[in-house]
Design a binder for this molecule. Structure first.
Ligand code: DQA
Length: 144
């Protein structure tokens, strides 16, 4: 089972920006824990982060041939990128996506409460810090 952890813009600043919201661990710290977590459950783990919408769309499209499932934190693109939404919609019959967020997007600024990708993802998991990703991995392993 090949699982991709896909992070969008500014997630590379995790551990540096807004620590009270996103925590003090770096994305590298989180990813190495997720690698161990996924591998302990028999999954092969892959990681990708980009600040660029087009690069994220490219890997979403490629994911149908490369991965069995994807855990995506699209960062702020979550709230307005119809292009990312359409890319997920195009491949989701081949590779399911779970939407995750470190913070609780429903208890912050109003614009964060709306996600344009939820509809094309299996589920949205938000507000559990790095455990949002772990729950995403669990869900993929359940349904795959
Ligand atoms: C985020 C929430 C988004 O609103 C924000 O733009 C991010 C991170 C989260 O993980 O909580 O960059 O997706």
């Amino acid at each position: 089972m090949k699982i991709l952890i896909l992070n969008g813009p500014n997630l590379n600043m995790t551990g540096i920006r807004n620590k009270s919201v996103y925590g003090s661990e770096t994305l590298e710290d989180i990813n190495s824990e997720l690698r161990e977590y996924g591998e302990s459950k028999g999954a092969e783990m892959f990681f990708y982060q980009s600040n660029h919408e087009g690069a994220i769309i490219d890997i979403i499209q490629e994911s149908m041939n490369k991965f069995d499932g994807v855990v995506i934190n699209a960062g702020a693109y979550t709230h307005y990128s119809y292009a990312i939404r359409d890319a997920i919609e195009a491949v989701r019959d081949y590779t399911p996506f779970v939407e995750v967020h470190l913070s609780d997007i429903h208890s912050r600024e109003g614009f964060r409460a709306n996600s344009v990708i939820t509809e094309v993802c299996v589920k949205q998991i938000s507000g559990l810090g790095k455990n949002s990703y772990k729950k995403g991995i669990d869900l993929l392993l359940e349904i795959l």
